[in-house]
Design a protein around this ligand. Structure first.
Ligand SMILES: Cc1cc2nc3c(=O)[nH]c(=O)nc-3n(C[C@H](O)[C@H](O)[C@H](O)COP(=O)(O)O)c2cc1C
Length: 414
């Protein structure tokens, strides 16, 4: 019977344990988590979502309060189109996060950064260019493009000295999306180094509609593999979404994927950035507590725990401080939803907004409990303590469990 450790992910001469811990935005996949995974020989991700806020929290910068101060006069206005990111600050924040993480790296694994296209930041091209090039400047091993088709993202960094040697890949949820990406980038003569195929059971935003349950990862992987074969392309495929045990991962590796990308099992590790109380919510969750809804202003469905404080909250939009979801014309669908409720309830001290949420603020505060569909199984991966709470795991333990377990077994913590 095979284990994950019988396989290797190969990038040129480099061999890795074929386990990738996926990016989990706004410092849920922390540097500490990514560093542990790299130490153990896999690929860990940090994320550049709300990177100015992450830099403040981790490295003592004051980027968020400085931005808020600059745009203070605009706070009461419903028009956020004048709220812009200072590109030099964005660059500094990204460099801070990436370079400090990379300096601490030990072991044979790699650290990638997850870059979501949907963070349009009121200037999509300019801000994405800065984010990608600053990460490359600061020595990131690779970039995973996500939450969007990224048709123009490679072109933004084609002149960067590391464009051809850093590991660059993209997350897709269909062979069609991959085809579009490859066609659009054909002139650059630079194929992605890997393609993550993310199925409908993943956490975070989904590349599917509310009919997500009609799709299944194994079929999607087979479709992408068939597409690559027809195109005579040899690009490593990484399967993601709902891979809960080492045996699940092995079954995909036997299907010919190069690695498994996992995340949910790591949300209840010490190194994960979620607050201790929230980790307990993940442990406690039952299947009925998990939903896919459309409250994310990105327009993508998102999976989360129904008990997330972000659901139904009616806070004033915080774009002067954050503003990561403002589109190219300075709009965000949460602002419209919030203004509608304020107009409908004149004089009310607090409103409730059910259809959208202020995702920046709630992710920043760990109040949007996004999770994978298998979250309800997390309680089976640990022990119950005498006080009724669940024992938090270490990233090492979860990683080694994926690497060495057989027979659908999950090793409980010592
Ligand atoms: C809490 C959480 C947050 C996530 N945030 C992001 C994100 O910011 N960007 C992204 O591309 N994927 C995100 N994902 C998806 C993961 O990177 C990964 O591909 C997927 O969840 C793997 O499936 P699994 O959670 O069933 O193991 C997130 C997943 C979780 C559980």
């Amino acid at each position: 019977m095979k284990r994950v450790d019988d396989f290797r992910l190969r990038f040129g001469k480099q061999e890795l344990v074929p386990i990738v811990v996926g990016g989990m935005g706004v410092d849920i996949s922390t540097a500490e988590l990514a560093l542990e995974v790299a130490r153990l020989g896999g690929i860990g991700h940090i994320s550049d979502a709300l990177v100015q806020s992450v830099s403040d929290r981790r490295y003592g910068t004051k980027f968020v309060s400085e931005k808020l101060k600059k745009y203070k006069a605009n706070v009461a206005s419903s028009d956020k189109s004048d709220v812009h990111f200072n590109l030099a600050v964005l660059e500094e924040a990204t460099r801070n996060h990436v370079s400090r993480t990379m300096e601490a790296k030990r072991g044979d694994g790699m650290i990638f950064i997850n870059c979501m296209e949907k963070l349009t930041m009121n200037a999509p091209r300019e801000t994405l260019r800065v984010r990608l090039s600053a990460a490359l400047d600061a020595g990131i091993d690779g970039i995973t493009l996500s939450a969007g088709l990224h048709l123009g993202s490679f072109a933004l960094i084609e002149d960067h000295p590391r464009f051809r040697d850093a590991r660059l890949g993209i997350i897709v949820s269909s062979a069609r999306a991959l085809g579009m990406f490859l066609r659009k980038n054909a002139r650059l003569q630079r194929l992605p180094d890997f393609v993550v195929v993310e199925g409908p059971l993943a956490g975070g935003h989904l590349g599917f509609g509310l009919d997500w349950a009609k799709y299944d990862l194994r079929t999607l992987v087979a479709e992408v593999q068939a597409f690559l074969k027809t195109e005579h392309l040899d690009i490593p495929v990484i399967a993601a979404g709902g891979i809960f045990t080492g045996s699940d991962a092995v079954s995909f590796l036997e299907q010919g994927v190069a690695a498994a990308q996992v995340a949910t099992r790591f949300t209840v590790t010490r190194e994960c950035g979620l607050p201790a109380k929230v980790k307990q919510e993940y442990f406690k969750a039952s299947e009925e507590d998990i939903e896919v809804n459309t409250i994310s202003p990105t327009g993508y469905p998102m999976r989360m725990l129904k008990g997330s404080p972000a659901i139904g909250a009616g806070i004033r939009p915080n774009c002067e401080a954050y503003g990561y979801l403002l589109d190219a014309s300075g709009r965000c669908s949460y602002i419209d939803a919030y203004n509608r409720e304020v107009e409908l309830h004149p004089g009310a001290k607090k409103v409730k907004v059910m259809d959208k949420t202020c995702l920046c603020t709630h992710m920043r505060n760990f109040d949007c409990w996004t999770c994978g569909q298998t979250t309800y199984r997390l309680k089976d991966t640990t022990r119950r303590l005498p006080d009724g709470s669940y024992q938090v795991l270490s990233a090492e333990q979860v990683f080694l469990d994926y690497q060495f377990s057989v027979d659908q077994k999950i090793a409980l913590p010592p």
